[in-house]
Write a new protein. Structure first.
Lengths: 304, 252
């Protein structure tokens, strides 16, 4: 099942929350990446039917996201930290499960499965008021998973979770994605998304800047500066030759490897290939240092 | 079947949370104050039963119906949705596959046993404390008291879906609109719910010698009954409509 945004605009009075957004979220994990206030939460609220688009349409499969029919098809983990504090984690997840209309027996079974899935079984009888932030995040995830929805909308699900817990949650989401679920995860922490998501939607000031895999997005930015590390024999001689190339902006020798900053990556790699072949350099390692999400996002935001 | 089960779960969940809320304790203070007042006045020991009935009825009309019923109704009526809204837990309900008007209806239904039960129990207690005049008042006024409670609960649900800090607004409404405007001479008191309740109470008590103030001009009992039913049903329907269309941006 697919989540689709079709030319969606959302106004908050005179302020525009998201602006003419179109995208499809299919099976796999999609990271929704943007700074605070970029429009990530607005997009997730539109997808979960809490907000109505001012223009355009948001659909969960064949249903409009606002409709109650759509709500059976997704699980939602909000970024708020509020619960029925008087309940235990188990009671809360059970109550939320019953709100899908399951019988008591089925709701109990589903509750136990979901709680086990998020690794909360031994701690599920603790009152939510006394639970740590990480435990509360897991309970939020459990209530989103409990009806086995084809779409998961997770707003900052990793915030406040320790590194070990993050790994567990990443593995859990990967398992869900393997089952063919479409998972939209928002975060403002680029590293989180880079480790977790197959594809990324980058958003800034209510507009989608780019979408695709990080590598695909990086390719779109061919004319943006790139830093490349080259480990080769005779690094000083290679540096002297590279310095003559007009595509090279700077060269630094770092731990017997060259760190080259180029302003035209495609032409630089072509020139580097020629130099290596003509001069018989042996290149042991060639890697781009800033093709990660941070750098890509920085470039995109700068050009937006 | 599934929807029905989900809806009943929501009714039960809302009822349970309201029952064990701080509001239940808070509301017991003014209600206990009323009981202490009646214990001190000892209407049951007055020799002139008609005079005692008149005095007890005035207590019911000016204190119980005009102040305590609105306070009981708002304690649960605004909290049923307003509490979830202020705690942001409403979000967890809005993303479940229950149509929004049905969510509000579930909240209303969950509120009724508490608000109506508390008002009816308090009314029963007060009437017992008042002795013979109380027994008479119980027979005459109980339907009106219940109708007023329904009307207030419906109205305060409308407040809760329309405004974020509905409890404060409802308090201001209960004190200014109901208590002050409801006691002003002229047509302006018709905007107060208790005007219709009092019209019914004066009409019911007239046969037992209950006299009304000169400045109070009641409407007919049938018109007052329809008005209370209209306020209860109309407020609920309007609240369901508003709730269905409203975006709650304050939830995150």
């Amino acid at each position: 099942m697919q989540l689709s945004f079709d030319r969606v605009t959302k106004f908050y009075g005179p302020v525009i929350g998201v602006n003419d957004v179109s995208c499809r979220i299919g099976p796999g994990i999609t990271g929704l990446l943007g700074a605070n206030g970029a429009g990530k939460s607005t997009l997730i609220k539109l997808a979960s039917g809490q907000l109505r688009p001012s223009l355009g349409e948001v659909r969960i499969g064949p249903h409009r996201a606002w409709s109650s029919a759509a709500k059976r098809a997704f699980g939602y983990s909000p970024d708020i930290n509020s619960f029925y504090e008087e309940m235990t984690g188990r009671e809360f997840v059970y109550a939320m499960t019953r709100l899908y209309g399951y019988s008591r027996r089925e709701a109990r079974e589903r509750t136990e499965l979901a709680i086990a899935e998020v690794g909360m079984t031994p701690r599920a009888d603790r009152r939510l008021a006394g639970c740590s932030h990480g435990m509360r995040q897991r309970i939020k995830l459990a209530q989103a998973l409990v009806h086995d929805p084809p779409i998961l909308l997770l707003d900052e699900p990793l915030s406040g979770i320790d590194p070990g817990g993050r790994r567990e949650i990443n593995e859990l989401l990967a398992r869900q994605a393997e089952q063919g679920k479409s998972i939209l995860v928002s975060s403002h922490i680029l590293l989180e998304i880079e480790q977790l998501a197959d594809t990324v939607v980058m958003i800034s000031r209510g507009r989608i800047l780019a979408s695709g895999t990080l590598a695909e997005i990086r390719e779109l930015l061919d004319e943006k500066p790139l830093t490349v590390e080259i480990a080769a024999d005779s690094p000083r001689r290679l540096a002297a030759l590279l310095a003559l190339a007009p595509e090279v902006q700077s060269i630094e020798l770092r731990d017997s490897a060259l760190v080259v900053r180029t302003i035209a990556p495609t032409r630089f790699f072509a020139a580097l290939g020629e130099l290596v072949v003509q001069n018989g350099f042996e290149v042991r390692r060639l890697q781009t240092l800033d093709a990660g999400a941070d750098a890509v996002f920085g470039y995109l935001e700068g050009s937006a | 079947m599934r929807l029905w089960r989900a809806w009943l779960t929501l009714v039960w969940l809302s009822f349970r949370r309201l029952l064990w809320s701080a509001n239940t304790l808070m509301i017991l203070f003014p209600l206990s104050g009323g009981a202490l007042f009646l214990l001190r006045r000892r209407y049951d020991r007055m020799e002139d039963v008609e005079a005692a009935f008149n005095m007890f009825s005035n207590f019911l009309i000016f204190i119980f119906a005009s102040f305590m019923i609105p306070i009981c109704a708002l304690a649960y009526g605004t909290a049923s949705v307003g509490g979830d809204r202020e705690d942001q837990t409403l979000l967890f309900l809005l993303v479940r596959p229950i149509a929004r008007p049905l969510i509000l209806l579930a909240k209303f239904v969950a509120t009724l046993p508490l608000a109506v039960g508390l008002v009816a129990a308090t009314f029963f207690l007060y009437c017992r404390l008042a002795g013979e005049p109380g027994a008479l008042a119980y027979q005459l006024f109980l339907p009106t008291i219940l109708c007023m409670t329904l009307a207030y609960v419906g109205l305060f649900h409308l407040f809760a879906v329309a405004w974020r800090h509905a409890t404060i607004i409802a308090m201001v409404y209960a004190i200014f609109m109901e208590l002050l405007l409801g006691n002003l001479p002229g047509i302006i008191k018709r905007i107060a719910v208790n005007y219709y309740g009092r019209s019914l109470m004066y009409a019911a008590g007239a046969s037992e010698g209950l006299s009304r103030p000169e400045w109070f001009e009641p409407i007919s009992s049938s018109a007052a009954t329809w008005a209370l039913a209209g306020i209860a049903g109309g407020s609920l329907l309007l609240a369901m409509l508003v709730f269905e269309r409203r975006e709650y941006r304050d939830l995150t």
